[in-house]
Design a protein around this ligand. Structure first.
Ligand code: FAD
Length: 412
């Protein structure tokens, strides 16, 4: 390994070239920060939207619908004075803002003043969902399906079953249909779809049956995938012939780098602790985008990147360090994750924050936030798994730092 003689050394290193990473680089450069490098493990930059040719990007950031590639082209046009290095995987983050990269030439250690992790999210595999059966070819995620079809022009199978009913699952049946691959069925563990109800219309138009309260019990194959067996909660069994299965959604943050590093992780979620400015337990490392809130829309991640870039430009100019108390935000397992998941508060200044979260189960009712025993927020919300819920303007007053405390979100 080469130590500190690297051409790659920079002031701000951004790991991941999706909308979040590009947004952060753009705002940093526009605010006068020099020597910014984006490191991307793939050959091309742009992250997930590069493979998503649906008109579902740009609505929030540019007030008009765009395909993923058009959205990336547009945001890249504004991203000037930034070095972009592709085909480089970052394989470890260390203290003192150093990290290791793997390139075609070998391994290197790189030094930066600040590191931004913008590594995105991935869909859960069949193994993470504990699906048994054979392991033939033809089992992919939606992201891989879209890469096959839109980037490589390949048609990996002829008829496929989609597991899940999140927004991305409907994106999967639409992609299959456009590629002239028959979407055989959608399989949902619950009694209703996870995405907003109107998404069912797309399945109806494309004549794709949705099997509710059902799950895969077996994957049948000899050499190639032949069929899946499913069973409903009431014991009804079916065999669906198919040569492809798409395990869609159930996103998890791509946080392998953080998990293997010195960064403190929220034990409930294994996501790094981040405050309202995306700062981790290490002042020199921030984490943004889908890595910390899988899976929000591309526009949200881009706008978040822009905000972080502006914040960081000021912080680097002032050379400040984080000294305030670190207070975790706690919640039940019905909440998948919150952003932020901790707050820094000193014993002199009040702070007003917003907290965003996603739920794993439907909840309509009161959401309460308690801080140091006091209720600081109480409002009714319709919490749906597909929806990002924002609790706005939560005022946190200074507290006695000798009283170890937490912020708690309760459904009551
Ligand atoms: C299949 C699918 C369909 C979607 N469809 C839509 C849609 O229609 N509309 C919409 O608004 N949103 C959609 N989304 C969500 C949208 O793509 C994300 O919100 C957005 O891409 C997140 O941006 P990001 O920058 O956080 O991460 P990503 O776009 O995921 O980018 C992360 C980047 O980091 C790189 N990376 C990861 N680890 C490393 C490493 N160790 N070293 C170097 N590079 C690394 C990855 O290669 C990737 O390029 C979809 C997501 C998926 C998965």
């Amino acid at each position: 390994m080469t130590d500190f003689d690297s051409d790659f050394n920079c002031d701000v290193a951004i790991i991941g070239s999706g909308p979040a990473g590009i947004g952060a680089a753009t705002a940093l450069a526009e605010r006068g920060v020099k020597n910014i490098t984006i490191f991307e493990r793939e050959e091309h930059i742009g992250g997930i939207p590069r493979h998503t040719k649906h008109l579902t990007f740009g609505l929030v950031a540019f007030k008009r619908p765009m395909t993923g590639p058009a959205f990336i082209k547009k945001i890249l046009a504004r991203c000037k004075n930034v070095t972009i290095r592709t085909n480089i995987s970052v394989i470890a983050i260390k203290q003192d803002s150093t990290f290791e990269v793997a390139t075609a030439q070998g391994l290197q250690t790189v030094k930066a003043k600040h590191i931004i992790l913008a590594t995105g999210a991935r869909e859960s595999t069949r193994h993470a969902r504990l699906v048994s059966g054979m392991r033939p070819r033809g089992i992919v995620s939606t992201a891989a399906l879209q890469q096959f079809i839109y980037s490589f022009g390949a048609r990996p199978f002829n008829q496929a079953v989609v597991v899940g009913t999140e927004l991305v699952s409907f994106s999967a049946i639409w992609t299959l249909w456009r590629a002239k691959i028959k979407p055989v069925a959608m399989i949902e563990r619950n009694h209703r779809i996870t995405a907003y109800r109107p998404a069912v219309l797309l399945a109806k138009i494309l004549r794709v049956p949705i099997y509710y309260n059902s799950q895969i019990t077996n994957i049948e194959s000899i050499n190639t995938l032949k069929a899946v067996s499913i069973m409903s909660d009431s014991g009804v069994k079916q065999v669906l012939n198919c040569d492809g299965i798409i395990f869609s959604g159930k996103f998890v943050g791509e946080n392998s780098l953080a998990v293997a590093s010195h960064l403190l992780l929220n034990p409930q979620t294994d996501i790094p602790f981040i405050d309202e400015n995306w700062q981790t337990s290490d002042s020199d490392v921030t984490v943004i985008g889908n890595a910390v809130h899988p899976a929000d829309m591309g526009d949200q991640c881009y706008l978040e990147g822009l905000k972080l870039g502006s914040f960081l430009a000021d912080k680097l100019a002032q050379n400040t360090v984080n000294s305030a108390e670190f207070i975790p935000i706690e919640h039940s397992s019905d909440i998948k994750m919150t952003t932020p998941n901790m707050v820094r508060l000193d014993n002199e200044t009040s702070k007003t924050i917003n907290i965003c979260f996603h739920v794993s189960k439907i909840y309509w009712g009161l959401v309460t936030v308690k801080f140091a025993g006091k209720t600081v927020y109480k409002k009714r919300h319709r919490c749906m798994p597909a929806r990002r819920i924002t609790l706005k303007n939560i005022r946190l007053d200074p507290f006695d730092i000798n009283d170890k405390t937490s912020i708690e979100i309760c459904f009551s």
